[in-house]
Design a protein around this ligand. Structure first.
Ligand code: DAH
Length: 339
């Protein structure tokens, strides 16, 4: 038996072929069910006990070598046949598809960047807030409708814990924790108890701005917002401020920008007015300053707040807010940007 194994070993070692049929025949001859190596394994039980160790080792070696030989020759065949239906290793790889940023993130980062150029820092506050930071310190009277369950998601009543309805709460936190001059913007998610439609959602994003120092005036506010509008919507953009009301600013205003789609001539996006409303703003009410321990005789400030979804809609002409939340890649893939 040992002689037979040795013979076969030599045969395996010297076998060479680049013909697929020959290689397959060689495999069948040695390793198939009726092959020579298989037959030797069957005869192994006849080997006297004292020789079993040696013969076993030799048999295993023969089997391994035969298997390796067949696999090597087959692999060599595949490489040799590339370009003839086999694998062509010289072809360029498929490019990996890169993801894109969410449009809300793109516009949020762009807004942050614009204000960073004016020296605004970024600040953040909690999404789960107390009544003080969302309403009371911001001068909301006790009977204000925003304090109603219909408008605000309450987590707990008495003391009230709620999901913040605007990022103005971060203003309060900043004023409580730092001394003027304060120049900061606060991006974040906000929550309102609204029925979801093309124009409203119960979760959306805002960016709040706050600037407090000595001698800050309404003219500073206006110039800051004009700079923002030019950077965001283009050099030709005009702004207008309409008087408005917010409990935490006095005077208060809403800012419109000239419609960048029709150039102010009137179209269905600006509802033929030539103007688009983009944010609320005003001079920080002296009592809000006092609520947070800032001397309102020494300091003045302005604040503004804008919805990121709205700015994104205007910038990219998105007509339905729900698209932002549906994660449809056909929608998301359209936004490529440096941000
Ligand atoms: N918090 C307001 C809102 O959610 C937006 C706002 C208006 C913020 C005027 C301000 C501001 O800071 O001065 O509708």
């Amino acid at each position: 038996m040992i002689t037979k194994i040795k013979e076969l070993l030599t045969e395996v070692e010297s076998f060479h072929s680049s013909n697929p049929d020959e290689i397959e025949n060689f495999r069948i001859k040695l390793l198939s069910k009726k092959g020579l190596v298989t037959a030797l394994f069957a005869d192994f039980k006849l080997v006297p006990n004292e020789d079993k160790k040696l013969v076993g080792q030799m048999l295993n070696e023969l089997k391994d070598k035969a298997l390796n030989k067949v696999n090597e020759l087959k692999a060599a065949l595949e490489v040799a046949s590339h370009g003839k239906g086999g694998m062509d290793l010289t072809l360029p790889g498929y490019p990996d598809e890169l993801g894109t940023r969410h449009p809300i993130s793109i516009v949020k980062n762009e807004i942050i960047d614009i204000f960073a150029r004016l020296g605004f820092t970024i600040s953040e506050g909690p999404e789960i807030e107390d009544d003080w930071h969302v309403f009371t310190a911001l001068n909301f009277p006790p009977e204000h409708p925003a304090r109603d369950m219909q408008d605000t998601f309450f987590i707990q009543k008495n003391p009230d814990i709620l999901l913040r309805t605007h990022t103005s709460s971060v203003q309060i936190r900043e004023m409580e924790h730092s001394k003027p001059p304060i120049r900061t913007i606060s991006p974040g998610r906000v929550f309102r108890n609204e029925a979801i439609s093309a124009r409203a959602h119960c979760i959306f994003h805002q960016i709040e701005g706050l600037y407090i120092d000595e001698n800050v005036s309404f003219a500073d506010l206006k110039q800051t917002l004009l700079y923002f509008a030019h950077e965001m919507f283009g050099e030709k953009t005009k702004i207008r401020l309409r008087p408005s009301y917010f409990p935490f600013t006095e005077p208060s205003a809403e800012m419109d920008v000239s419609c960048n789609l029709c150039g102010g001539k009137g179209c269905n996006v600006c509802k033929y007015t030539g103007w688009l409303e983009v944010l609320g703003c005003g001079m920080v009410d002296p009592s809000v300053l006092e609520n947070t321990g800032i001397d309102s005789k020494k300091y003045t400030g302005f604040a503004f707040g804008m919805g990121v979804e709205r700015i994104t809609m205007l910038k990219y002409g998105v007509k339905d807010l729900r698209l932002y939340f549906e994660n449809d890649v056909r929608f998301l893939r359209q936004f490529q940007s440096a941000y």
